[in-house]
Structure formats: structure tokens, C-alpha cells
Unconditional design. Structure first.
Ligand code: TTP
Ligand code: MG
Ligand code: MG
Length: 501
């Protein structure tokens, strides 16, 4: 393990909700909840203002509404979050060739490999500059953890939240870990956590005390061994660049082709277990299960299934792999079998949006599946026009705005842009020909052709309360507050001059 705290972990603060607040001046400083708004919808994330009321990721939306009835409730704009994520990842890649993204808003960076830092002081400076750059480029805040290992860098960024930087000084790691929950350790998902709790192991210190033999007995060799090392703050996992980190898979080539269908099934089950062990050791979970089969004639085929949420559960991966095998003809014999998991995430909760979209996800490949699973919809022109809360629109007279709510043939729109003052609200018929779906506007700079400033002068003061027709509106926030300096005036130019202190 290295001795300098040059592994950096970045995680954006309340990512989806912060993007929404940056896009929508009237929501800054307010409770914002992003997620599936359908009857089975769940919260993707909540702004820190909404977390005060107990709203958090994975909570059923109905419960969130009870806890925070006045929050703004928005449907995710995935494509836009992805584009912001890309800009953040670009900043990370400027620091080092070794950048390992874990999700849209999160990544490890090996600062030493990029020459960006070599000791405590330079690491702290690189981290502070990164935070300033992210703010300048995206208008958003991210929290940074710095430590001598991935595990501790991630713990550090968690402690830095929101909008902070924490560096764990080498030498203090074990003392810091001891009182923390076992769930803090990578590879300890809900299932393993329960398992350990049942035998009285609650904290990382408990694990260290239990000893390696006991952990191996409880969890098996690979997992027990890895966990024991981590409980002592020994974590040698290196930061792996994006391409290598995208999936975890295992495969076996057989000396003699396997003909027996039952035996093929047993082998696939074994591979699934091995794959999950690797996944867990890396502290990951994934949502796409891939089965690879090479037949007697070297023809190779892969089948995949995307689950409703990321998993690190061996039974779930085994079952999915078995289902995939059902659709493959193995008569003639099998030479090679492989099981992989991709679509990696570092959290294991059931995916939130997926529940709202039910089984639809399974049938759809790629992007489409993600949108369906997220409950994401673009406003659509046509016979049945739909106006998802939070999505962008343009009115031929009033300019750019977003859907605050709709129902009973009416749609309520707040006219504001990322760089305007909080805007006014107007209500239209859902089939109003002057109203069109629009693309999101950039957060920090004025894009070409976005000339209007809808916050001033126009709009109907009586529309300020902006309630939609049936109460399904985006929330009880009001316009009219002062400009809060997150617009272009305080954006790129000003923030770019911030220097690490
Ligand atoms: P997180 O980084 O876990 O959460 P966050 O960025 O919203 O808040 P924090 O400041 O605590 O980091 O997740 C990043 C985004 O991923 C989040 O904004 C929404 C989405 N997400 C899900 O869709 N499902 C989940 O279960 C979680 C945890 C997050
Ligand atoms: Mg985050
Ligand atoms: Mg994250």
C-alpha cells in the first residue's frame, strides 16, 4: 500500500437534485426530490434541503410526499445528467490517466499515476483545485476524499459531504475505521451485512478482532480474507481505468466439450458464484448479467439480461444466468462458458426508477431501457402530449421554461433559465400549440441563441403560486427571490479564479 494520500475519490453532492437546482433558479435552496412520480415510484435522490425531512434515495415516493409535502417533485432528466457527468469526468482525466468511474457522479483518481500529487500537501492542493474547477465548469459542488487507498478515499469523501474535502492522514486509518459499521467496507452489501450482524459483528473493529480464520469460516475464503485485510485498513486495490472497470466476468474453457445439459447448468451456476465473489471483492454490484457460450464449432454467442437494480446477490446472478442459458441451444457440445456482470455500480439498493417501470426494462436494450426504467419521458408532441414535471419546454412567446405540473388538461410552466432570476409561472392547455418540448440549457454559460431573460418583466404575478390543476404539480416553491449568484455572473469567470487555500 502506498504511503501518501494520493488516491482521490470524488462524489458529486445530491447529484440529480443539484443539477435541477442549478437549472432552475426558483428551486435553489429549496427541497427538491427527483425520482419516479408514478404510483410505484421511488426517490432517486433528494436535495440536502429535502433530506432534513428524512427524504432519501430509495424511499417510496408516496412516503416522501408525506414527509416533505412542499418539496418540488421532478422526473429525472437522465441524458442531461450524463452530459454533466461527462464534463466532470473530463476534469478528472486531466489529472491522471487512471480514472475509475463508479457511477455517473463518482470516480476514483490515482493522482500519483498522473503526477498530479506525490505527498499530503500536493494531494490536498490537487483536490481543492479540482473542486474549484468542477464548480467553474458545471456550477455544481462535489466532495473529495483523499487517502492512501481506495477504501479510505471513499470513506473520506463521505465524511466531506456536502461540499467539502477530507484527507485521511496515513497512519490514522485503522483507528478511524474501528468504530464504523461493517457496511462501510467495500463488498459488504445488505446480505453480508445482515449475516455479520447476526453473529454479533457490527463494527469494523469487531471484524479485526474476530480474526481472519473466523471471517473465512463465516464468509468463505476469498471474501473472508479480503474483509479481514480491509478491517485492518489494508486495501491494495489499484485504481483501474474506465475500460477495464466496466464489467467483471469469469470464464472456463473445457478440455472436453460438455454435452450434458445438466452439467452445463451446474457449470454456469459455479461461474455465477465465482463472478459474484469477484464483484464483491471489488466492492461493486451490477445490473446486467451476461452469459457467454462458445460451442463445439467455436461459434460464440452472448446473451444478456438487465435486472431492475444492481445486485451482488449470488442467487440473483445464478438465476439470471440460468434463464439466459435456457435460450441457448447447446446440443453438439460446449467448449467455453462465461458469466459476467456489467453496468457496475457501487451501491446495491434496488434500483429506484426501475420499480416504477416494472418489467418493461427487460425487453428494452441500452439507452431506451434506462429511460424506461427511470420513468424518464420527454415531453411529446402529438395526440397525447405529456409534460413530465421538471422537463424543459419552450413557449413561442415566453421562451424557455420547465414543467412545474400538469393535470386536468392544464400544464403549468415556470419560465426561467439557469442564468436568469427565479421566473414566473403560467398555465396553458396541454394541447397549446405555442408550447414545445425543449432541450436542457447549459448550466454555466449562455449558449448561442439563448437570448431571452424570462425572469424580468413578463409573467403573471397571480401565477406565482403555480399550482397545477390537480395538485400533481412540482411543488410549492415560489419565484421572486433574489438572484443567488449561481448564474453566469458568479459562474465560470469568478469561480475559475478560486485557488486552493
Ligand atoms: P449518490 O452519489 O449516492 O447520491 P447523491 O449524489 O444524490 O447525494 P450525495 O451527496 O449523498 O452523494 O448517487 C448519485 C446519483 O445517482 C443520485 O443523485 C441519484 C442516483 N441514484 C439512484 O438512481 N439510485 C440510488 O439508489 C442512489 C443511491 C442514487
Ligand atoms: Mg453523490
Ligand atoms: Mg455517488
Amino acid at each position: 500500500m502506498r504511503t501518501a494520500p494520493t488516491v482521490l475519490h470524488l462524489d458529486m453532492d445530491a447529484f440529480f437534485a443539484s443539477v435541477e437546482q442549478a437549472s432552475k433558479p426558483s428551486l435553489r435552496g429549496k427541497a427538491v426530490v427527483v425520482g419516479g412520480l408514478g404510483p410505484r415510484g421511488v426517490v432517486a435522490t433528494a436535495s440536502y434541503e429535502a433530506r432534513v425531512f428524512g427524504v432519501r434515495s430509495a424511499l417510496p415516493m408516496a412516503q416522501a410526499r408525506r414527509l416533505a409535502p412542499n418539496a418540488a417533485y421532478l422526473v429525472p432528466r437522465f441524458a442531461f445528467y450524463r452530459s454533466i457527468s461527462e464534463r466532470v469526468m473530463e476534469l478528472l482525466r486531466a489529472l491522471s490517466p487512471l480514472v475509475e468511474p463508479l457511477s455517473l457522479d463518482e470516480a476514483f483518481v490515482d493522482l500519483e499515476a498522473g503526477g498530479a500529487a506525490w505527498d499530503e500537501r500536493s494531494a490536498r492542493q490537487a483536490g481543492a483545485k479540482l473542486r474549484a474547477d468542477i464548480r467553474a465548469v458545471t456550477g455544481l459542488t462535489g466532495s473529495v476524499g483523499l487517502a492512501a487507498s481506495k477504501m479510505l478515499a471513499k470513506i473520506a469523501s463521505e465524511r466531506a459531504k456536502p461540499d467539502g474535502l477530507v484527507l485521511i492522514e496515513p497512519g490514522t486509518e485503522q483507528a478511524l475505521l474501528a468504530p464504523l459499521s461493517v457496511r462501510t467496507l467495500p463488498g459488504v452489501g445488505p446480505a453480508t451485512g445482515d449475516h455479520l450482524r447476526r453473529v454479533g459483528l457490527h463494527t469494523v473493529g469487531d471484524l479485526a478482532e474476530a480474526g481472519e480464520d473466523e471471517l473465512v469460516r463465516l464468509l468463505g475464503k476469498a471474501h473472508g480474507h479480503a474483509l479481514y485485510a480491509m478491517s485492518l485498513a489494508r486495501d491494495d486495490r489499484s485504481v483501474v481505468a474506465e475500460r477495464e472497470a466496466k464489467s467483471v466476468s469469469v470464464e472456463d474453457t473445457y478440455d472436453v466439450d460438455i454435452h450434458d445439459r445438466v452439467r452445463v447448468g451446474v457449470e454456469v451456476g459455479r461461474l455465477a458464484d465465482r463472478c459474484v465473489r469477484r464483484l464483491r471483492t471489488a466492492g461493486l454490484s451490477g445490473r446486467t448479467i451476461v452469459l457467454k457460450v462458445r460451442r463445439y464449432d467455436f461459434s460464440t454467442l452472448t446473451r444478456s439480461e438487465t435486472l431492475r437494480g444492481p445486485t451482488d446477490d449470488p442467487a440473483v446472478v445464478r438465476e439470471a444466468a440460468a434463464r439466459l442459458l435456457d435460450s441457448v441451444d447447446t446440443t453438439g457440445g460446449v467448449r467455453l462458458l462465461g458469466v459476467g456482470v456489467s453496468g457496475l455500480a457501487d451501491y446495491t439498493q434496488e434500483d429506484l426508477f426501475a420499480q416504477a417501470a416494472g418489467e418493461r426494462r427487460k425487453e428494452l436494450p441500452g439507452e431506451e431501457a434506462e429511460a424506461a426504467a427511470s420513468g424518464e419521458e420527454r415531453p411529446q408532441a402529438g395526440a397525447e402530449r405529456r409534460w413530465p414535471a421538471g422537463h424543459d419546454v419552450r413557449h413561442s412567446e415566453y421562451g424557455h421554461g420547465w414543467v412545474q405540473g400538469s393535470g386536468l388538461g392544464r400544464v403549468t410552466v415556470r419560465f426561467e433559465t439557469p442564468w436568469s432570476a427565479p421566473g414566473r409561472v403560467r398555465t396553458f392547455r396541454t394541447d397549446d400549440r405555442a408550447l414545445h418540448p425543449a432541450d436542457p440549457l447549459p448550466l454555466t454559460e449562455r449558449g448561442p441563441g439563448d437570448g431571452e431573460d424570462s425572469g424580468d418583466g413578463e409573467g403573471d404575478p397571480s401565477g406565482q403560486n403555480g399550482r397545477g390543476g390537480d395538485g400533481r404539480d412540482a411543488g410549492g416553491t415560489r419565484g421572486g427571490g433574489p438572484r443567488d449568484g449561481r448564474g453566469p455572473g458568479a459562474g465560470a469567470g469568478a469561480a475559475a479564479r478560486v485557488r486552493p487555500g
